[in-house]
Write a protein that binds this ligand. Structure first.
Ligand code: IMP
Length: 428
């Protein structure tokens, strides 16, 4: 057995790319199973910085097979751009496979995403405007275009035509330019040739690897709290980053998921709209300090992230919906120098103790966090090589998280570089 799912336990941006890259060095295959180029993974290797959006984090080793599975929504233009950018940075010899069943983010999805955000007004979600929601909507309405459909001219043109018949009515209604079938068809025909060599039945490929006991890493994008089913709806993405979705998003048996590693930031962040009980609204100085030190600006949109204390209620929610077996704490170094740290253990709502995220966003906005405090540390921890090298207070902070969440901490990281990731328990 050799399948590990890595997922973000919060609202995304937990540093999954970096942890995945670290573990990927021992893997034979890395698989993306949901989301699209709304994801942004930053990876630092020997002082060089890389940003990945669609491409799995195993591309830095030519031995690893990288798979974009059926659960992903694929923008072929963005993919080609990403490949060109990586090539320019010297990352050329990678193995990439794209599922023929993945749905394609079409140019009209992007325009619809922007438009929907505009007319939602005060209820806007704060999407990345990459067309993710409209693409998943079409998938579920059964009007989507899959990668395989790109290579059947008659079908492709027919599908574009059917879609634009409705979508152009919407564009027209809102005074936006309509799209021409022939133009979109020509654009898709041009781009499809650039990705054709990667297209295959990835379900068969991954299943074969797992059956041979190869080490396969399933890489979740976003974070579990952005899950369409179990996240903080409606301020979520349109797919499910949970480990439970991985088998569906890849086309493999559930029996292959051995471990689920939850990536958790040493504090909390959120981009976009929605409730955030531990947000540091009353301490702008500390919020700015953490944002600057932790480089907390969106990789995809550049937006400043909202900052808050560590919230154990959120991670326990993810533990329940995703069955976490291990935790990896990232950005521990960012907390160095803060005198007293806080961990939210539960909430209260109208005077009652709450240990779960309420389904109602209105209630989620009203809950009051209850904290336990842990003394901080001042020592530089960016060069530590093991758990016992950490100052006592930093060790206690890690142990406090472990205790509150009830999942063992198997890794932690103390800086952006690959070398600043420390494994306590071996994953592979
Ligand atoms: P969408 O996925 O672009 O539709 O955006 C829906 C919500 O998910 C917004 O709040 C986005 O900011 C958030 N989101 C999407 N992808 C990511 C990510 O990779 N990290 C953090 N937030 C994300």
């Amino acid at each position: 057995m050799s399948g590990i799912v890595i997922l973000g336990t919060q609202w995304g941006d937990e540093g999954k790319g970096k942890v995945t890259d670290f573990i990927a060095q021992k893997a034979d295959m890395v698989v993306r199973y949901q989301g699209g180029n709304n994801a942004g993974h930053s990876i630092n290797i020997d002082g060089k910085k890389y940003a990945l959006n669609l491409i799995p984090s195993g591309v830095f080793s030519p031995k690893i097979k990288n798979v974009i599975a059926n659960g992903v929504v694929l923008n072929p233009f963005a993919l080609v751009e990403e490949i060109e950018k990586l090539t320019k940075q010297g990352v050329k010899d990678f193995q990439l496979y794209i599922s023929d069943r993945a749905h394609v983010v079409m140019p009209y999805h992007i325009e619809l995403d922007k438009l929907e955000e505009e007319y939602r007004g005060a209820r806007k979600i704060g999407t990345t405007k990459k067309g993710i929601g409209p693409c998943y909507s079409d998938k579920h309405s059964r009007t989507g275009i899959r990668v395989i459909d790109l290579y059947d001219d008659k079908l492709l043109k027919g599908l574009i035509s059917d879609n634009l018949m409705i979508k152009n009515l919407i564009f027209k209604h809102f005074g936006k330019p309509e799209m021409k079938v022939d133009k979109v068809f020509a654009e898709m025909k041009k781009i499809r040739t650039k990705i054709q060599k990667y297209v295959t039945d990835t379900s068969v490929l991954v299943d074969d690897y797992l059956a041979k006991n190869k080490k396969v890493l399933f890489e979740g994008a976003q974070g579990a709290l952005l899950c369409i089913d179990h996240g903080t709806y409606p301020f979520v993405t349109s797919s499910s980053p949970t480990s439970s979705y991985a088998p569906v998003g890849v086309g493999i048996s559930t029996k292959y998921i051995d471990k689920t590693l939850g990536i958790v930031k040493a504090y909390s962040t959120r981009v976009g709209t929605g409730g955030f009980p531990t947000e540091l609204l009353d301490d702008v100085r500390l919020q700015n300090y953490i944002r600057e030190t932790g480089r907390e600006f969106g990789t995809v949109t550049g937006r400043p992230r909202r900052i808050g204390w560590f919230d154990a209620v959120l991670i326990k929610h993810t533990k329940r919906i995703s069955g976490l077996t291990d935790l990896s704490i990232t950005l521990l170094d960012v907390l160095t120098g803060i005198k007293t740290l806080k961990i939210c253990t539960h909430y209260t709502l109208d005077g009652k103790k709450i240990e779960h995220i309420p389904a109602s966003e209105k209630d989620f906005l009203r809950v009051k966090p209850v904290y336990k405090t842990v003394p901080g540390w001042t020592e530089d921890i960016t060069k530590v090589k093991s758990f016992k090298d950490l100052p006592k207070n930093a060790q206690n902070y890690v142990k406090a998280i472990e205790k509150e969440v009830g999942v063992k901490v198997s890794m932690f990281s103390v800086g952006p570089d690959r070398k600043q990731t420390i494994e306590i328990n071996k994953l592979f």
